[in-house]
Design a protein around this ligand. Structure first.
Ligand code: FPP
Ligand code: MG
Length: 337
């Protein structure tokens, strides 16, 4: 099955319910933990490969429902770093599925362009076979300018690995003198995550009745509405999606208030940190000049000037990181063609 089948075969009742839902706030970014493929296979006397294929087909269907509802960004947990510990047979089967489906995507360029879909693949891609890395890079590069809808596929991903990678990038930046240790904060950590280009996750849906996050979007889901659905992923239906969106609508205001409070707190902490840094600089200058007291005149304008320079320093660091990450994909596409 194609990634974006154009069936549009919803019943009048489904269309009517979508219309009613659209009168309320629609989550702009929805994430899915597509769990339960193997249990589905067992339940239906199929082999595991078939279960995962049904899982992919369900993903394609779900993307269509999301587009129809006006959900412009979707993130899916397609393969966790932990999944490498599964039997060789199963890992090979999931890799083969990825190989086939990402290759198929390259044959659907026209349709992807028509819908303006941007595909990002997030995770430690170097853990994947070289040919899959190259196919993924090709898909990422040819869709990167599209903006109407975004699909983030988390592959060879765990949230804790992402956070550790981000921390490593920041400490390297400090070591190389590009940023200062005092520049490290929540905002910068976020900008170094694989998900840095994504909008805030509004709703996270996990199927199969498990009620945990299994190392998926741990940082990003701090202020996210969570929905746990009992059915196995291949059994997920448009009605489950509608119910989850309704659950979001009932809770979105509380989530928004919590986000705003977090933003206010971040800004306060940033002002406090800038102020502290300026005082430390003045202290240093005092010691160099041998003055007896700190020159604290115009402290507010000094803090403002410091914040401007800090912003510029941090932006240069983040731009450099993004450039390196983009180059990784570009280099792979040279190998592929
Ligand atoms: C979890 O079910 C599912 C996975 C580990 C794989 C998910 C992958 C897909 C749906 C296909 C996506 C493919 C591409 C190319 C994007 P499980 O295996 O943990 O099943 P269980 O919970 O019943 O054991
Ligand atoms: Mg599972």
């Amino acid at each position: 099955m194609s990634w974006f089948p154009e069936r549009n075969n919803q019943t009048w009742l489904q269309k009517m319910c979508a219309g009613i839902l659209k009168a309320g706030p629609i989550p702009k970014h929805v994430a899915f933990i597509m769990d339960g493929n193997r249990r589905f296979a067992t339940k239906n006397s199929m082999d595991r490969a078939q279960g995962h294929l049904q899982g992919f087909n369900k993903l394609a269907e779900t993307l269509e429902w999301c587009l129809d509802l006006g959900i412009s960004e979707v993130t899916v947990y397609a393969f966790s770093i932990e999944n490498f510990k599964r039997s060789k047979d199963e890992v090979d089967c999931l890799m083969e599925l990825a190989r086939q489906k990402f290759s198929k995507l390259l044959h659907e360029k026209e349709m992807i362009e028509k819908h303006g879909i941007c595909i990002r693949v997030l995770g430690q891609l170097t853990l994947l076979p070289q040919d899959i890395q190259e196919t993924i890079a090709e898909a990422v590069c040819f869709t990167k300018h599209n903006t109407r809808a975004i699909l983030n596929v988390c592959f060879a991903y765990t949230a804790r690995d992402d956070i550790c990678t981000s921390m490593r990038e920041m400490t390297n930046g400090v070591k190389q003198g590009i940023i200062k240790q005092s520049d490290i904060n929540e905002e910068l950590l976020e900008k170094c995550l694989y998900t840095s280009q994504c909008r805030k996750v509004d709703l996270l849906i996990r199927t199969s009745g498990e009620v945990r996050l299994s190392d998926f979007l741990l940082w990003e889901s701090a202020y996210t509405c969570l929905a746990f659905v009992k059915v196995l992923w291949p059994e997920f239906s448009i009605w489950h999606l509608y119910a989850a969106v309704l659950h979001y609508q009932r809770n979105s205001q509380a989530v928004e208030v919590a986000r705003q409070n977090n933003q206010i707190e971040r800004e306060r902490l940033q002002r406090e940190s800038d102020h502290k840094c300026i005082l430390e600089e003045l202290e240093e200058q005092m010691q160099i000049k041998g003055d007896k007291s700190r020159d604290t005149s115009n402290i507010q304008s000094k803090v403002a000037q410091y914040a401007k320079i800090r912003n510029h320093r941090v932006q240069c660091f983040v731009d450099g990181l993004n450039r390196r990450r983009a180059q990784y994909f570009e280099k792979l596409t040279c190998n592929h063609s």
